[in-house]
Design a binder for this molecule. Structure first.
Ligand code: FAD
Ligand code: NDP
Length: 589
């Protein structure tokens, strides 16, 4: 093509084009900027094509600019390196990039200021979009409410991990005597002081999020939002003040809330994870209903803080998780004093004495149809699952489709059947209810909408940890899922118990900790499941997860040199297979 035509074609056919020279440091800066922003762009290196000089002349004739880089966005001439970088620092670059023109008040409104919503809003604003986050917390039946940041910060990961830490410290206090510490005869725990410390940290996080939104120029609307049509939301704040806002793109990041069983007394007398972390009085003798993450984690820290704790289990522990590991967690908790009522569901909760805490009588029905059982507790925490916050957001006014469980149905780019309505985090069907997943999905979504990025959220091989007294970390497939996918014959499972060095002097049991690697024989022993039960399993699993993401084989694990003496090194020296039948019991250093 003649040079002038080539220039026209490049400008017309590409959203971003940089006429560049491969050796020019200013061109590197501009290309680096687009790479950093993760935006697709086209480069024509004039020193690498035969008619480069003619193209440069054509550009000069068109723009008056003699030098490279010569940047164009959406057909508009931006200029050289300084112009391009300046445009970005003024927040104008992304505005120019967005071709969509609309007459709505906002480019994007996000319902929900939790993990996903905050991440998506900040990313979109960074990319030049006009964004608002609408966030509102409906009080729990017992009146608990909280600030900006969503579940994780206020009533989830953060207070849970802090209370887990309080529990871990109780072990350290016990062990410290064996390490020579002279501790007072009777050590006691002050629940109110723990709650105060935890809540004060949460308060600082709430404040931090508000500041971040203000700094990033995201409008924060502290009100409850409902759709009145696909582009319009009616918001109502706590004083009842209404406002109508419109947006070109709307992201649902409304999360979920704990479900209550449909039995007499549940909402009147039981609490949930939404209340426990700010409970003003010590919980006393506690019943936890449910056998998943939340029930087991809360049971774990309450028991280690010294409370009398019972867990009512309907069927199995940790549905969806590796069952060998789940049962090992329960065994350990039982040894720590947690009581389990297996195969039962509550049918009625009555108050027999008011107070803080009072006394509640719980009647339960065994699932095998046996005689009803009753028990008295000071506090009953129900943790039987969470419902997405979609039942009262006017979704029927949008045409967006929900699954039977109320979660928003989205495709692999988190888009609902209504093209400008998206969903991220806990409220999407088929997602994972984990904070980092919501954050990653939110960031990637904003980059795709406002920066033409193409990367999708990868929901596979997401590591997770159950913060029970002995932590359980895993990544990839459970043994059950691996058998279903590859067949038992094609799997080699390496396993071992291990005795953390810090357990030895304190004479803690030798074989409570356990690790397991699930490998596919026909794929060079590709590791498809990673499981570890032991101290700091969360930290260990986070690191090893990248190995699974990069498709590590058992040989890669064997080639890795361990760090001695750690628990994590156990994974580098595993040589007992389950099939061999050999004893995986720990055998010292
Ligand atoms: P959320 O954080 O729930 O935010 C949604 C926000 O939207 C809330 O503030 C809600 O009030 C608001 N909202 C809802 N409807 C409306 C409306 N109509 N108008 C305005 N605002 C609205 N994950 C981990 O990764 N690690 C952990 O250790 C961990 N521990 C947990 C422990 C507990 C006890 C719980 C309950 C959860 C835990 N999770 C953990 C899960 C994690 O908290 C969630 O996956 C994460 O918070 C989901 O983020 P989200 O953005 O989807 O929703
Ligand atoms: P889940 O939905 O995971 O589990 C619900 C539990 O309650 C199951 O044990 C279930 O038993 C039981 N159950 C359900 N209905 C009843 C009933 N009517 N009576 C008695 N028992 C019942 O819920 P969770 O609330 O524990 O967790 C919600 C999500 O939060 C998790 O999926 C997780 O992703 C996230 N989370 C993550 C954490 C982390 O990363 N560490 C920590 C905490 C939560 P059954 O098996 O018989 O159905």
């Amino acid at each position: 093509l003649p040079a002038a035509e080539l220039v026209e074609q490049y400008i017309k056919q590409n959203k971003i084009v940089v006429f560049s020279k491969s050796t020019c440091p200013f061109c590197h800066k501009v290309k680096g900027l687009f790479k950093e922003l993760n935006i697709a762009f086209t480069v024509l290196e004039l020193d690498q094509i035969s008619n480069g000089a003619a193209v440069q002349e054509a550009l000069q004739a068109k723009t008056g600019q003699t030098t490279v880089p010569n940047t164009w966005i959406n057909g508009t001439h931006v200029g050289g390196a300084t112009d391009t970088l300046e445009l970005h620092s003024k927040g104008e670059l992304m505005k120019l990039l967005r071709t969509r023109t609309h007459s709505y008040e906002y480019d994007m409104v996000i319902i929900g200021g939790g993990s996903g919503g905050l991440a998506a809003s900040k990313e979109a604003a960074k990319l030049g979009a006009k964004v608002a986050v609408v966030d509102f917390v409906k009080p729990t039946p017992s009146g608990t409410t909280w600030g900006l940041g969503g579940t994780c910060v206020n009533v989830g990961c953060i207070p849970k991990k802090l209370m887990h830490q309080a529990a871990v410290l109780s072990h350290c206090l016990e062990d410290s005597v064996a390490f020579g510490w002279k501790t007072p005869e009777k050590i006691s725990h002050d629940w109110a002081a723990l709650v105060e410390g935890v809540q004060s940290h949460i308060g600082s996080l709430n404040w931090g999020y508000r500041v971040q939104l203000r700094d990033k120029k995201v409008d924060y609307i502290n009100a409850y939002a409902k759709f009145t049509d696909p582009h319009t939301l009616q918001t109502v704040d706590r004083r009842g003040k209404e406002r109508t806002i419109t947006a070109d793109q709307i992201v649902l990041a409304a999360g979920g809330r704990p479900r209550y069983p449909d039995i007499p007394g549940a909402k009147e007398y039981c609490i949930t994870s939404d209340d426990i972390f700010s409970l003003p009085h010590a919980p006393g003798k506690t019943l936890l209903v449910g056998a998943s993450y939340i029930a087991l984690e809360c049971a774990g820290f309450l028991a280690n803080l010294g409370y009398d704790v019972t867990v009512m289990v309907r069927s199995i522990f940790l549905r969806g998780f590796d069952q060998q590991m789940a049962n090992k967690i329960a065994e350990y908790m039982e040894k720590q004093g947690v009581k389990f009522i297996r195969g039962a569901v509550p049918t009625k909760v009555e108050q027999i004495e008011a107070g803080s805490p009072g006394t509640l009588r719980v009647t339960a029905a065994p699932t095998d149809g046996g005689e009803a059982i009753t028990g008295e507790y000071n506090t009953v925490v129900v943790a039987i699952g969470r419902d997405p916050c979609t039942s009262d957001i006017g979704i029927e006014n949008t045409g967006a489709e929900l699954a039977k469980n109320g979660k928003l149905i989205v495709d692999d780019v988190e888009r609902s059947n209504v093209p400008h309505i998206y969903g991220i985090g806990d409220m999407i069907e088929g997602g994972l209810e984990l904070t980092p997943v919501a954050i990653q999905a939110g960031k990637l979504l904003s980059k795709r909408i406002f920066a033409d990025a193409t990367k999708k959220m990868d929901y596979r091989n997401v590591p997770t940890t159950v913060f029970t007294p002995l932590e359980y970390g895993c990544c990839g497939l459970s043994e059950e899922a691996a058998i279903a996918k590859y067949g038992e014959d094609d799997l080699e499972i390496y396993h071992t118990n291990f005795w953390p060095l810090e357990f030895t002097v304190a004479h803690r049991p030798e074989n409570d900790c356990y690790a397991k690697l699930i490998c596919v024989k026909s794929q060079n022993e590709l590791v498809v499941g990673f499981h570890i039960l032991g101290p700091n399993a969360g930290e260990i699993t986070q690191g090893y997860a990248i190995a699974l993401q990069m498709k590590a084989t058992k040989e890669n694990f064997d080639d890795l040199v361990g760090i001695h003496p750690t628990c994590a090194e156990t994974l580098t020296t595993m040589n007992i297979t389950k099939k061999s039948g050999a004893d995986p019991a720990a055998s010292g250093c």
